[in-house]
Design a protein around this ligand. Structure first.
Ligand SMILES: *Cc1c(COP(=O)(O)O)cnc(C)c1O
Length: 363
């Protein structure tokens, strides 16, 4: 068996020990004689799994008691609608910061439900940086300010949160959740598609302060109403049972093998530094994100020659470094180095890049 290093932006790598554990429990989960995939979501065995998953997430992230954790479906993309349907219901205004494609989609969706404003944007800079903001950027009576914490496609991230004054903050954390500690109390609501850093596709996690629940618009679909899911402990309908189970194994891996989110952060920073340090000294490859905003999860770079980019991606794939092509909208390369990517994967990638540079750089 040969495993590759998978630099996919999502779905992405899972820790090998998690996959092995899941494999060992595939046919007979802890003496039940059935797979977790086959279990009734109302069974006591499954209830133990979902309860434990939530407890682990609360423990690992330090989520305070006055926040609800919801296990939903529909991806982060459904949250683009669910957030305004539930939260843009006071003044009916919300301010969005456009820092890439996903935040732009979130903004466009919110425009369907009320007075959403693009308060700041880095589109003019091709989203290579996080837009500058200060308190005057935001309407003081807005129901919330929305940001995308880590811009998966462009490789930028918010190192410091915007100063929104009293306006609550909502963040899409799909591609950075569990990569480092986060102060949950700074947010009204956090949401993430699980397929980047938590679990396989199918699960969407929402962490929301209790007092933001229960204010949905009159015509909000039941499945899009946070209160319905909160009141039913994420069991209003069938939750994505297997994905939640893998999420539990991933959280155990972070807690028991990595040592928690501070240790996870140190590991991720080390990985990112290996790659950025090389990119900064390379004569062939250039990083594309503004240095101050660099993501430790998605590293974007180019050679400046689209043909050479193509050659690099193809030769990389042959050598076992797959999915390193940039997003179809921006080209170039992107190495997504989420939690499960081992340090060794980056070391080997950098060696491969150095060899490629030597062969292809005749400057
Ligand atoms: C992947 C991603 C999305 C889209 O997630 P889906 O689960 O496919 O809807 C949204 N936001 C960010 C930041 C992402 O990385």
């Amino acid at each position: 068996m040969a495993r590759v290093y998978n630099f996919s932006a999502g779905p992405s790598m899972l820790p090998e020990s998690v996959l092995k554990k899941a494999a060992s429990e595939m046919l007979d989960y802890q003496g039940t004689g059935e797979s977790v995939m086959e279990m009734s979501h109302r069974s006591k065995e499954y209830d133990a799994i979902i309860t434990e998953t939530q407890a682990l997430l609360r423990q690992v992230m330090g989520i305070p008691d006055n926040y609800k954790v919801l296990f939903l479906q529909g991806g982060a993309s459904s949250q683009f609608a669910m957030v305004p349907l539930n939260l843009m219901t006071g003044s009916g205004k919300a301010d969005y910061i456009l820092s890439g494609q996903f935040s732009t989609k979130a903004y466009q969706e919110a425009c369907r439900y009320g007075d959403a404003a693009a308060a700041a944007s880095s589109k003019e800079q091709n989203f290579t940086c996080i837009p500058a903001t200060d308190r005057s950027t935001f309407r003081p009576d807005a129901d919330y300010v929305h940001i995308c914490m880590n811009n998966t496609i462009y490789g930028t991230t918010w190192k410091e949160l915007p100063d929104t004054g009293k306006v609550p903050l909502v963040a899409d954390v799909s591609s950075c959740i569990l990569s480092e500690p986060i102060d949950v109390t700074k947010f009204a609501c956090l949401y993430a598609g699980a397929q980047k850093n938590m679990a396989p596709a199918g699960l969407t996690v929402v962490i929301i302060r209790e007092d933001f629940i229960g204010h949905a618009k009159e015509n909000c679909p039941a499945m899009f109403n946070y209160k319905i899911h909160a009141d039913n402990d994420s069991m209003y309908n069938t939750p994505p049972t297997y994905s939640i189970y893998i999420c539990k194994l991933v959280l155990e891996w972070i807690r028991d093998e990595i040592g928690g989110l501070e240790a996870m952060k140190a590991r991720n920073e080390k990985k990112a530094a290996l790659l950025y340090d090389y990119l900064d000294e390379s004569k062939l490859f250039k990083p594309t994100a503004a240095q101050k905003d660099r993501s430790i999860m998605n590293v974007t770079f180019v050679t400046g020659d689209p043909e050479l980019d193509k050659k690099f991606v193809a030769e990389g794939a042959k050598a076992g470094f797959i999915n390193i092509k940039g997003h179809r909208s921006v080209g170039g390369m992107r190495a997504s180095i989420y939690n499960a990517m081992p340090v060794e994967g980056i070391e080997k990638l950098v060696s491969f890049m150095k060899a490629f540079e030597e062969e292809n750089c005749h400057a």
